[in-house]
Write a protein of this length. Sequence first.
Length: 101
Amino acid sequence: MQITITTDTNPTGWGSECDDALAQKAAEKLAEMLATFAQAEWPEAEVETRTHRYHDGESIEWARVTGVDAETANNIEAAIGDFVEASWVEALEIEFAEGGA
């Protein structure tokens, strides 16, 4: 099974206080957090991360899962989406505190 995680570097998605540099750092931190989560939940998976600048209003594909049936892939993608919702602010706060801006 392959899990490809993509995080967004567009500062618009990270909030009004965010510039390009902070958005890049926060996206990288979130990708790292997601990879750790995915490796713990699905140790048999090969996990790859990357960043991408999505356009305003463009739908973000946080994860793509291949090598398993569609239902399993959808469940894993949903779990990763839930983790994003629960963790993106933390990733931003970590990078902001570390001087990512």
